[in-house]
Design a protein around this ligand. Structure first.
Ligand code: ADP
Ligand code: ZN
Length: 304
């Protein structure tokens, strides 16, 4: 039996057919076209799903359900996308009802980081863990919380929006209006913004890592070390709050690998409050690009 996974993002939408072992049998992506209303994007997504199923020789009767992951803030009780900053045209859009117009299948809906956490539990880096936090460090920072053997979604599906934990209120104002949120001081966007200010030219976070870690440019080394420390601070807060067995880190910025992981492990080892917290393993996500898609399908296969 199969599930359809749909991962809605501000730049692209990934769709796929995923079997009960987590194998992606077929997938496709569509650009998120902000010049058309979301209802038309849903028409396109539904058509692409039907096409994918037909091409793979899978009938609608063989599909268990449709899982949808989308950026927060959202409201899973209402089945709506509420206020994602880079999808203004989708604010208040009833995603679940719109898909119901195209399919007579059960639909599961969660925020994208929560879905990715479930994928890591299902077939990824957290298979053995009953208590872990998945953190994605990318354009922003988000998390999915898995505790006592269950996905923690909160009342409206917004649990884990840890990008807006305040880490350093001396730094500046986040999109949310608070000073010094975690994603304002430690996301890929934050790295690029701070480096561009220091250098007086526009650089990407990848270039910043190259300047710091390969060229050993002192100002960029200081910045990257501060960012790693800021990532560590947020991780310690999550460890102290939730007492997880494991932290799994994914997202574009985590691709930098060992320099980041070693710095975060060192910070955790020195600053988490209790002895077991200080030993919390901090490991890379196993599913990079496909985590959102597989997670959306996992919502169906694992009955969320
Ligand atoms: P999204 O936020 O759309 O999910 P990504 O997870 O790729 O996308 O995250 C994008 C951010 O990660 C950007 O700030 C980008 O510069 C940064 N990034 C992507 N790949 C790498 C890499 N290999 N090394 C360092 N930073 C990266
Ligand atoms: Zn914020």
């Amino acid at each position: 039996s199969y599930a359809v996974g749909i991962d809605i993002g501000g730049t692209k939408i990934a769709i796929g057919l995923v079997d009960q072992s987590g194998q992606v049998l077929a997938k496709n992506t569509l650009p998120t076209d902000h010049s058309v209303p979301p209802s038309e994007m849903v028409d396109r997504i539904a058509a692409a799903v039907k096409q994918l199923a037909t091409a793979a020789g899978i009938k609608e009767a063989d599909i268990l359900g449709i899982g949808i992951g989308a950026p927060g803030p959202l409201n899973t009780k209402l089945g709506q996308i509420t206020e994602p900053p880079n999808m203004r045209g989708w604010w208040g859009f009833p995603v679940v009802d719109s898909f119901k117009r195209h399919f007579e299948l059960p639909i599961s809906f969660q925020n994208d980081a929560t879905a990715a956490a479930l994928a890591e539990k299902w077939i990824g880096a957290a298979k053995e863990a009953d208590n872990f936090v998945y953190i994605t460090i990318s354009t922003g920072i988000g998390a999915g919380i898995y505790s006592h053997g269950k996905l923690i979604t909160g009342a409206t599906g917004n649990a884990g929006d840890v990008g807006h934990l305040v880490v350093d209120p001396t730094v500046g104002t986040c999109v949310c209006g608070q000073q010094g949120c975690w994603e304002y001081v430690a996301s890929g966007t934050a790295i690029a913004r701070q480096a561009s200010e220091l250098l007086g030219r526009t650089v990407t976070s990848k270039e910043v890592f190259d300047l710091a870690l390969n060229d050993r440019e002192p100002e960029m080394e200081r910045l990257v070390n501060q960012v790693f420390r800021n990532i560590g601070i947020g991780c310690v807060t999550l460890i102290n709050t939730l007492d997880p067995e494991l932290l799994v880190i994914g997202g574009g910025v985590s691709q930098i690998g060992n320099p980041l992981f070693n710095a975060v492990r060192d910070y955790v080892a020195h600053h988490a409050l209790n002895p077991s917290g200080r030993n919390t393993p901090v490991i890379p996500a196993a599913l990079q690009q496909e985590a959102g898609l597989i997670g959306a399908a996992a919502l169906v296969h694992l009955n969320y």
